[in-house]
Ligand binder design. Structure first.
Ligand SMILES: Cc1cc2nc3c(=O)[nH]c(=O)nc-3n(C[C@H](O)[C@H](O)[C@H](O)COP(=O)(O)OP(=O)(O)OC[C@H]3O[C@@H](n4cnc5c(N)ncnc54)[C@H](O)[C@@H]3O)c2cc1C
Length: 309
């Protein structure tokens, strides 16, 4: 497999046994067999063609798409197969009037700052979400009353055949932490290439002030001093995960070096040398105890990759 990628990609674009802890915000996870830096649409098409010809078409089993790794828990045993990482080179942002056309590797922070510089309002909510645009589309990422669904006009995607298709926001089936891309992960996967974001004219000073205010709120409420993947669990309808966890007496509860944050119970944090197994065990125990104390079944928002017992 390595040879097939070597024949098409530059040596520095292909890494063998690449440690995933370097590519996830939890800072845990074992090595991926093959890790390929994807810097363009053409490179992605070539990589998918190799995977398809080898019969490796099951996303999250035979191959993986990696954005900024800010919503992932990768197993200590690592990932068998191929990780396609949308690199920093795949992050071009173009301003066209009040719309932004952005490649999937662009970070939400970079897009928010570009929107602000261009006096375009409507994206400040996303400035502090530490993901790439591709990951944000998959997750319909959101914060402080905003979500991707509200600003996305259309999305350009690649199929496993290398075909480029365009979907309107409606066709993306966005709902709470959900999208068409998520729906199709196990069957006919799609890769986000480019997104057109519709914003409105605004006052640059006001947009900057809003971004600063939201950043301050995050610093005050979230344990940003420790590695994490943000909110570990989805918000159950009618509840807040953090409150349910707190009410179950789990503030500060730990498994190895994985801990329910003392500052924000909705976050599991890595206090230093947590393993993926520690984090996974803690997630299961929190689910068990919250179910016992409140009857509510918490569902992880974090995506688990690789083998967990
Ligand atoms: C401190 C902290 C705070 C956070 N706050 C928030 C918040 O306020 N709101 C929120 O919604 N989230 C939050 N998150 C979670 C996370 O940042 C988001 O879910 C983000 O959208 C994930 O983007 P990513 O690029 O890191 O995706 P990754 O974690 O790399 O991947 C997530 C999923 O998307 C898929 N994917 C990534 N790129 C593509 C692509 N181009 N095409 C197809 N599939 C792709 C991956 O295969 C994976 O299944 C937070 C995380 C942290 C660490």
């Amino acid at each position: 497999m390595h040879e097939r990628f070597s024949a098409v990609f530059e040596p520095e674009q292909i890494l063998a046994d690449e440690n995933m802890s370097a590519h996830t915000t939890f800072r845990v996870g074992g090595a991926a067999d093959i890790f390929v830096e994807i810097d363009s649409t053409a490179a992605l098409a070539k990589a998918l063609a190799i995977l398809k010809s080898e019969g490796l078409t099951r996303l999250n089993r035979d191959f993986y798409i990696l954005g900024n790794g800010s919503n992932l828990l990768v197993s200590d045993a690592g990932l068998r197969g191929v990780v396609l990482h949308l690199s920093k080179q795949f992050s071009h942002i173009r301003v066209e009037g009040t719309t932004l056309v952005c490649e999937a590797g662009a970070t939400l922070a970079a897009i928010a700052h570009r929107a602000c510089e261009s006096s375009l309002a409507g994206f400040a909510f996303a400035a502090g979400i530490p993901g790439s645009l591709g990951g944000a589309i998959v997750m319909n990422a959101g914060a402080y009353g905003g979500e991707m669904k509200q600003v996305v006009k259309s999305v350009r995607l690649m199929t496993m055949d290398g075909e480029i298709i365009e979907k309107s926001a409606e066709e993306m089936h966005f709902s709470y932490r959900h999208s068409l891309v998520k729906e199709r992960m196990s069957q006919s996967p799609l890769v986000v290439l480019e997104v057109t974001i519709a914003l409105s004219e605004g006052c640059q000073d006001n947009i900057r002030a809003e971004m600063e205010e939201l950043a301050e709120k995050r610093r005050a409420k979230q344990p940003l001093e420790y590695p994490s993947a943000g909110s570990t669990f989805k918000r159950p309808e009618g509840y807040f995960a953090g409150k349910l966890i707190d009410d179950a007496g789990l503030r500060g509860f730990s498994s190895g070096d994985a801990q329910v944050s003392e500052k924000h119970c909705g976050f599991v944090v890595n206090k230093g040398s947590a393993t993926a197994a520690d984090i996974h065990a803690l997630i299961l125990e929190v689910q068990r105890r919250v179910k016992a104390s409140s009857g509510v079944a918490l569902e992880p928002e974090v995506i688990l990759l690789g083998d967990f017992e």
